[in-house]
Design a protein around this ligand. Structure first.
Ligand code: HMG
Ligand code: MG
Length: 307
């Protein structure tokens, strides 16, 4: 059977905007994130505390994050941020971030391109970050840590990625203390059978499905099919990007994430609760597309905007 409800992890403001050619003004980003919260999203990845030269589009993290304080303080919205290393964690904690994400790679080529490290050097860089985030004595004060894993299915330089290689890095992320994993199909090449094979392999190695989220890009139009397969396997944490914004500047041939609207359309059709108001969300993505000066690639945004 399918789960009665799911948690959508909205990545448009981070994974989406990191790849836009245009630099979006900080106040537009703040409005975007507020509008996403108004549409009912409760986990909204806000930005990255990475090197500003590596991702110039998110170089305003220090200016943006404090503008979102009302969302965390009085509305209970979670605003995870990406942190690659100790410097990133310091920056995030200084602004009061309570949810962070480290981001590993299943392949050597992408680890090098994205983090300037080997796979194992990157894991060594994350270990003290995760340890410090989990250090507080009471669970209440601990910082929640997501462990992203990129290139779980295919890699633009290396081709198909062996499942054993993916499982090894997943285990390493959980062993160092990550609360949840997000399995990234960075270049959108996965198909549903491959998704099920990976989820089963993780279960076999002792990784429970409730610790696993899925992060599909829609390059080959497979993101919804892959999501349905993951849902049928019991996955309830689903990453998506409002309006289908996104891609990845460090991986050629990556297009946007699964559009949140397309996901919500399917979930509501299946009777699965999301808490999202699809009309408000679509209006937000149409507004953002105007800000970026190009139409949204989401089929659902287009269909509902032309009614
Ligand atoms: P590096 O050049 O090896 O850095 O980059 P370093 O450790 O040698 O440090 C060099 C300088 O950078 C130092 O400054 C550091 O202080 C500074 P200097 O002493 O030379 O003046 N520095 C920083 N400054 C600000 N914030 C920081 C920071 N760290 C070091 N956090 C590094 C290594 C990890 C920093 C770099 O490679 C980087 O920032 N990478 C980020 C790449 C990125 O954000 N990629 C996109 C996110 S991943 C993704 O999109 C995939 C995902 O969506 C899932 C999927 O689809 O697969 C999550
Ligand atoms: Mg991504």
């Amino acid at each position: 059977g399918l789960p009665p409800q799911v948690r959508i992890h909205e990545v448009g403001a981070r994974d989406g905007l990191q790849n836009e050619k245009a630099t979006v003004p900080t106040e537009v980003k703040a409005e975007f994130i507020h509008r996403l919260a108004d549409a009912g999203l409760t986990t909204i990845e806000a930005t990255s505390f990475v090197h500003p030269k590596w991702v110039p589009q998110l170089a305003d993290a220090e200016a943006l994050f404090p503008r979102l304080d009302d969302l965390t303080k009085s509305r209970g919205v979670h605003l995870p941020v990406l942190v690659p290393n100790a410097r990133g964690l310091d920056r995030a904690l200084a602004l009061g971030a309570r949810r962070v994400a480290v981001f590993a790679s299943a392949t050597e080529s992408f680890a090098k391109a994205n983090l300037n490290r080997t796979v194992d050097e990157a894991l060594a860089m994350f270990e003290p970050v995760v340890a410090r985030a989990k250090e507080a004595e009471s669970a209440h004060d601990q910082v929640h840590v997501r462990g992203y894993l990129s290139m779980c299915f295919g890699d633009p330089w290396e081709g198909a990625v062996p499942i054993a290689q993916v499982v090894r890095v997943c285990k390493a992320l959980l062993d160092m203390g990550c609360d949840e994993l997000s399995l990234g199909d960075t270049i959108g090449v996965a198909t549903p059978g491959h998704v099920l094979e990976l989820l089963a392999a993780l279960n076999e190695r002792g990784v429970p499905t409730d610790r696993v989220g899925v992060h599909f890009h829609d390059t080959y139009g497979q993101a919804l099919a892959n999501t349905l397969a993951a849902l049928q396997h019991g996955v309830t944490t689903l990453d998506a990007s409002a309006g289908g914004l996104g891609g990845c500047p460090f991986a050629k041939s990556a297009t946007g994430n699964l559009a949140t609207e397309d996901l919500v359309w399917m979930l509501h059709g299946l009777g699965i609760e999301t808490g999202v108001d699809l009309g408000r969300l679509t209006a937000t993505s149409a507004w953002m597309a105007d800000q970026l000066g190009r139409p949204s690639p989401s089929r659902t945004v287009r269909a509902l905007s032309h009614k």
